[in-house]
Design a binder for this molecule. Structure first.
Ligand code: AMP
Ligand code: MG
Length: 497
């Protein structure tokens, strides 16, 4: 016991080499500060596979001093905590300065998975907290923890989540909840909004420093390209546009709604970031709005591709002082319009088990989506059952999903003609690797959250395991791959987190 007390006073050594390269950009970019500890934190979830990928000692992280360190109550040796400043467009309107209002960057470390930044979310007030309290509630922290790993399990670019720790400290939202901290991990947490910030303030020196930092570290090929008359900043905009296009195509194919695609929630690396009111579709509704606060439906599921382009346009405008030529900026953004449809079609074809493209594929995809939308057929279950059908199961498992069971027959016939007889085995394989059995539906998260509020973390751990291997069968957890219960549609997810 005495050892523990002594250990809590010394910074914890995670045996990582910290480099803090963001801090090297200079004081215009951040404020150095310490996280505000939470009383008596406990571990709600520790992501063991990620800890091991990073080369971290899970036993140390789960120890009393580890849990303190993961919550911001004990310094981590070698880190220089800071909150960064950014701005952004929220719901289509310039919002001015925002910044890490409840996130604190620990720094960048060399890990087994390469250089990675570590960041707390929910670790107390910063100079950018505005009206907020600097905290995140347990509910939304568990959602972020699980969804980061669900996306990673699906192969979708995302920030990762190492841990979630809870505390009895009350936090006021619509009702009184309790505080939690998520430790997020990503190569960089820089957002479109970081660039908008310095551009809007005409701080072009800082804008250039930031762009050079990101290009040198993550987009070095932009320095040597012949495209755009050798303009590295235009090439950078093009690369970000492409990565964003790939990410959003993956969202659409898997039925993921982000919910708050403000420019400050867009990663410069094309990672899914800032999990708030997100949702995986249950019944297929193209106009689905997952964020209860989004009254206009700006971030509806079927609007996401255009919103991403709108956000890239804001980034393009922010980079214009560096690019120096509007035509080049517009040309760089064009890549989104080429890459997004190509990627989406490729992903949808893979969902159908079609490895190559043929004329008529687009119609086949559009037709099935229309059928799904008409009856609000469960999106994930449809694709998984179709995969089973191609693997030899009865067509009835698919037909049963439709109000009129014969409605899908003409499409099934057309699809079966498109699948060559000897290609069925390959198609079934591809489909089982493409169409997940397990997605983080709202009600699954909700059940795990209810348990965790009662200090039972087993639901979070079980769900994490399923979501990290979403294409596997997991016969003991069949129910979690089933239809959502009736009460699922009553769950209201808003910006409140
Ligand atoms: P979001 O769109 O939810 O990612 O957040 C928009 C802005 O509000 C960011 O600058 C956040 O850091 C800030 N923010 C959100 N919630 C809080 C909070 N509880 N306390 C302080 N800042 C917050
Ligand atoms: Mg945000």
């Amino acid at each position: 016991m005495q050892e523990d007390v002594a250990a809590l006073e010394r910074p914890l050594d995670l045996r990582l080499t910290w480099r803090n390269s963001f801090a090297a950009l200079g004081p215009a970019f951040f404020t150095e500060l310490q996280p505000t500890p939470l009383p008596s934190p406990w571990l709600v979830g520790l992501n063991l596979p990620l800890a091991s990928q990073l080369g971290l000692d899970a036993g140390l992280l789960a120890s009393p001093s580890g849990v303190q360190a993961l919550t911001g109550g004990l310094a981590i040796a070698g880190t220089r905590p800071l909150a960064s400043v950014y701005s952004g467009h929220q719901f289509g309107v310039w919002a001015g300065q925002l910044g890490d209002g409840r996130a604190i960057l620990l720094g960048e470390a060399d890990t087994l998975a390469g250089p990675q930044e570590f960041q707390f979310k929910g670790s107390g007030l910063t100079p950018y907290s505005r009206m907020g309290d600097g905290r995140a509630v347990l509910r939304s922290s568990i959602r972020e923890y699980l969804c980061s790993e669900a996306m990673a399990g699906l192969g979708i670019p995302t920030t990762r989540a190492l841990s979630v720790t809870g505390s009895d400290q009350p936090v006021r939202r619509e009702e009184i909840e309790t505080a939690a901290v998520v430790v997020r991990v990503a190569p960089s947490f820089i957002r479109f909004g970081h660039f908008e910030h310095f551009s809007a303030r005409e701080q072009y020196g800082e804008l250039r420093l930031l762009a050079d930092h990101v290009i040198d570290r993550f987009y070095p090929a932009c320095r040597t390209t012949d495209k755009f008359a050798g303009n590295a900043y235009a090439a950078f905009l093009e690369q970000v546009s492409e990565r964003t296009a790939v990410m959003v195509a993956q969202w659409q194919a898997v039925g993921f709604c982000h919910g708050v695609m403000n420019t400050d929630n867009m990663s410069i690396l094309g990672l899914t970031i800032d999990y708030g009111p997100f949702q995986f579709l249950d019944g297929f509704d193209p106009g689905h709005i997952c964020n209860h606060s989004d009254e206009q439906g700006r971030y509806a599921y079927n609007k996401q591709p255009n919103i991403a382009y709108w956000n890239l346009f804001c980034l393009g405008q922010a980079l214009l002082p560096l690019i120096g030529d509007q035509e080049l900026a517009i040309a760089a953004l064009e890549s989104y319009k080429a890459v997004f449809p190509r990627e989406l079609e490729g992903r949808m074809r893979a969902k159908l088990g079609l490895a190559d493209a043929q004329p008529g594929d687009r119609e086949l995809i559009e037709d099935v989506l229309k059928l799904l939308a008409k009856d609000r057929v469960d999106y994930s279950i449809f694709w998984r059952r179709l995969s089973g059908r191609v693997a030899g199961q009865s067509a009835d498992t698919v037909r049963d999903l439709f109000l009129d069971r014969t409605a899908v027959d003409p499409w099934l016939l057309q699809y079966s003609e498109r699948l060559t007889p000897n290609g069925r085995g390959l198609a079934a394989d591809l489909m089982r690797k493409t169409n997940p059995k397990y997605v983080l539906r709202n009600h699954l998260g909700e059940l795990a959250i209810r348990q965790a509020k009662e200090k039972d973390n087993s639901g979070v751990a079980t769900l994490l395991g399923l979501l990290q291997a979403p294409f596997e069968e997991h016969p003991d957890h069949e129910a979690m791959a089933g239809f959502p219960p009736d009460w699922a549609s009553q769950i209201e997810i808003s910006c409140s987190s």
